[in-house]
Design a protein around this ligand. Sequence first.
Ligand SMILES: Nc1ncnc2c1ncn2[C@@H]1O[C@H](COP(=O)(O)OP(=O)(O)OP(=O)(O)O)[C@@H](O)[C@H]1O
Ligand SMILES: [Mg+2]
Length: 302
Amino acid sequence: MHDIGSIDAVQAMLAEQDYVCGRALATVVFLALRLGRPLFLEGEPGTGKTEIAKAIAAAVGRRLIRLQCYEGLDAASAVADWNFAAQMIAIRAAEAGGGADREALQAELFSERYLVERPLLAAMRPQPGGPPVLLIDEIDRTDEPFEAFLLEALSDYQLTIPELGTIRAPAPPIVILTSNRTREVHDALKRRCLYHWVDYPGFAREIEILRARAPAASETLSREVVAFVQRLRSEDLFKKPGVAETIDWAKCLLALDVIALSPEVIADTIGAVLKYQDDIARLQGAEAGRLLDEAKKALEDA
Ligand SMILES: Nc1ncnc2c1ncn2[C@@H]1O[C@H](COP(=O)(O)OP(=O)(O)OP(=O)(O)O)[C@@H](O)[C@H]1O
Ligand SMILES: [Mg+2]
């Protein structure tokens, strides 16, 4: 594992994973690792919240375990389930064999052998390389009872499975929670975590991200793409483009051998950047040209 003795070291190890991390984010990551506290990342879509968990796991050589949250997610789906089909087969086999000891069978049916491990349980168990990185992604999509359950699981890093008993993590996992803030996550959960708001990157950092993620794009094209996307974000759009869209767009333009933006190129490829018809419609006519001129002007002034 890397020496994560400083904020600079965090920035460097993430850079090795092609993750461009500003000083403020690097600081909370450093503190989360150093203090063993969960990290709560909230922010705009497509700004690298999920990706940083992957980058940290790869950088420190730990397994990444992801719990993707959704409405209706319950403890069984998050912790563990019983393999009903296998249990049924065992029952049938015992019946066919005759004379099986019913109590022994019952105990066997609710043993590890028939347990289907889900992400939270996996994260509490020893993993090769050390405690894993547990990514609890898009927690704002779950409901409050599940949040309360998580709070409990994260406060002492243990889980109880009624038929099996309590399972305690030998060492706490590195926990990263993300939210798009479609609703506020409860204070009690936030209080346990270090918090960071992940905003859209500024011009220079987004250029750096493109260099890392779309290295084939020329400097000129990258600068135009980033300037245009940044200009777009200040428009009143239904869904503003994230960093993911900037990267996608640059890759599309590369695939089309485009060397510089023009209103025509923008019109043909805007689907990589804007994903709502109303937003796309806004850019029709002279509008794309106007925004492009403004973006180029901002580039000259920069
Ligand atoms: N700082 C960064 N450094 C390198 N790549 C980045 C960075 N930020 C975003 N990306 C790129 O953008 C893509 C999207 O990022 P990611 O999926 O992590 O966004 P997110 O914040 O989780 O979005 P959502 O809220 O929609 O889930 C990543 O696959 C990655 O390629
Ligand atoms: Mg995400």
